[in-house]
Design a binder for this molecule. Sequence first.
Ligand code: ACO
Length: 371
Amino acid sequence: MIAKQGLEGIVATTSSISSIIDDNLTYVGYNIDDLTENATFEEVIYLLWHLELPTKEQLQELKNQIADNMELPKEVIATLKSMPTDKIHPMAALRTAVSLLGLYDDEADVMEKEANYRKAIRLQAKMPTIVAAFSRIRKGLEPVAPRKDFDIAENFLYMLNGKEPEKIEVEAMNKALILHADHELNASTFTARVCVATLSDVYSGITSAIGALKGPLHGGANEQVMKMLTEIGSVDKAEQYVLDKLSKKEKIMGFGHRVYRSGDPRAKHLKEMSRKLTELTGEPEWYDISVKVHETFTSQKPLPPNVDFYSASVYHSLGIDHDLFTPIFAVSRVSGWLAHILEQYDNNRLIRPRAEYTGPSLRQYVPVDQR
Ligand code: ACO
């Protein structure tokens, strides 16, 4: 029997990392609401990689390992500087830079479990530095070196803007990183697992996953949401904008999901963050427009907002360039990709499904001058 298009409903693997059951998202058994309210991103990384929350000492050790690995090889900085930065999307730069990192890692092709874990640390540590460095370089600024006394959320905002972020900004970034960290067998995670199931290396797996996340049907949706909010411009235009789009059978980015039916549990956190942050920045219109789009869309279609919808106004309020929204998603999701890659290596079998052939039946080759 052939699977539904897009492999809808197919259970393709077992995994102990995250689950979506009855529209609830859990990481290794902990509800996402609980973690978002109480945990740090580093605790969540540890949880995803070790399937237990860390003790104080284990957490400190992970933080030290990340702090020690945030700096980029000088060759990677030089390549970022040589890129046509005004013409390329930051996701393309990130994809290239992560692939390049593999060239400067002596253990890139060492397949022992411990070596793969060390690579996971290096990638998790370096991805925020790459995104921030690219953002600085394309503005004609020098990259800002990471600080060892900062956690990932604080360091990322610091490297991006070159100044210490406010507490509320760090809290918002920490929550956003937790909310995006893992999501069962989403398209980019599946891509990573398919790649490393050939026994290819960790860098290849993450590079492939970044490519899959880039698309607007997946991680690229958050940037498209901000584009839409900007196009709408004011609350009074939101309703008509949505109705016009729907009458032309166009999709509204940030709504709908392959798995969730009653709603994406991550969206409510981002909605609340959006309300608070837009009020704080004195630009409540971004929240108001979002709510109007949300209300209008759901009055027409029973498709609630997904994680990407309110994250757009959250990141905008943090002063982040709109085309960096998807790279930030990657800075978080790399934790989940790495967890799944390590899990795949632990119990590997090549992933190789079949296709039902729908092309012409057997034909005879005709030489080119007789065609
Ligand atoms: N706006 C308008 N209509 C929609 C939307 C939307 N955002 N999403 C789904 N629909 C409609 C489709 O047009 C289709 O209608 P039809 O049956 O009349 O043709 C129906 O709902 C089913 O849609 P599919 O695209 O087949 O649903 P699928 O499960 O394949 O796709 C997806 C899920 C890709 C998320 C889809 O809802 C979508 O394109 N949303 C917008 C992009 C987006 O926000 N992506 C981020 C997802 S979350 C993440 O990856 C982080």
